[in-house]
Design a protein around this ligand. Sequence first.
Ligand code: ACO
Length: 379
Amino acid sequence: MTSATAWTADANEALSLSLVRAPEDKASLWSREVYEGFHPTYTYPIFGEEEKIYGYKDLSVQLKFASGSLAQFLHVRYSERLPSSSAVDEIEPTLSKFLAPDYLTDEKEFLERVEHDATHFKPYGEKIYSYTRAGTTLPKGKNVSIPQVLGPDDEETVDFEVYHSTWKTPGFREYHRRMQLFVLLYIEGGSLISEDEETWEFAVLYEKRRRRSSPDVFTYHFVGYSTLYPFYCFPERVRLRISQFLVLPPYQQDGHGSALYTAIYEHVLAQPRIAELTVEDPAEAFEDLRDRNDLKMLLANEKFMREGFGPEAISSNGGKVGGVGRKARGGKARSIRAGAGKMGPPAERSWLEKWRTDLKIAGRQFHRLVEMLILRNMD
Ligand code: ACO
């Protein structure tokens, strides 16, 4: 090992994140150690393209967040450090540029803050969506049998809530400064949004827990969030674009991303001012999530499926997409080109366009979905 590598740490390994709950709120199944010590996927926006930190041995950079209020605590530990004259990377000055101005470095103070915030923190903005999950769901990869884990007081169900806010929501601007770092750490190519652009909107997802000692008190724990940007849409509406979207690792692969997406979509449907929902440069995992949820929504829409893909669609001979799909099976395929605005003859196009505008789905995405349904229908 060269001396340079001995003093070089992988920044993604060295940095570890924790969502810290008050001791009383830790006992439940969902709040075990899996919420502590998870790592970022990317650190290049902070520590440079190589994602390395030079100048330390046994480096550990702990960044802890109060689970709800996201109050931050930074602690840097190492066994040895090269003298500052040797181009050592300065960790706190580098990282602190990305932290909220009020981050803490005193652990006692942080833990007091966690305890205080546990009962005082309430989500900002307006609740737009909620769902309930079985409280016995085990985090993935944990080989623990339920009776060993569940205490007598563990809840059978856990509530989750999504809140909508804007920069104008009192306190939200400061709150956003504590969460925006997650975008850099988890979204490839993610960048911080400008606080000067007034029109940003936000959807934040929380786990909501009843306190054991005082069952009428609820505690809220940050799960993930999305930033949304409204673009003008002629003549007097907006097209809402999902710009950033993330669920923190401890909560991933458990349907919460789908729930947050559904919350945003239902919000869009309910708001007359919004013409459609679009997505900015989606990552592959997000594209999958979107397709899965959009398809589920279309399949559950009886009228749409009956008109487009049911027996009526065949008898009306070509008026609807299902007729086309089924004809294709019989060998007389009519070409359907998603995204090109050439979905068959005018009757078919206007039928599709009516549904697309009613469902507020962006054109390219809607045509992809219809193609997927046609293929599914042909199987
Ligand atoms: N049990 C087991 N698996 C489940 C469950 C469940 N109860 N519910 C869903 N799943 C599976 C889904 O089938 C899906 O499987 P797949 O990966 O094989 O398709 C997978 O879990 C993911 O679905 P969700 O759980 O609904 O989504 P998740 O909460 O994991 O969020 C997301 C997905 C947002 C991409 C998350 O991984 C993330 O934040 N990643 C990092 C940031 C990122 O890439 N964001 C998107 C950038 S693009 C943009 O911002 C526009």
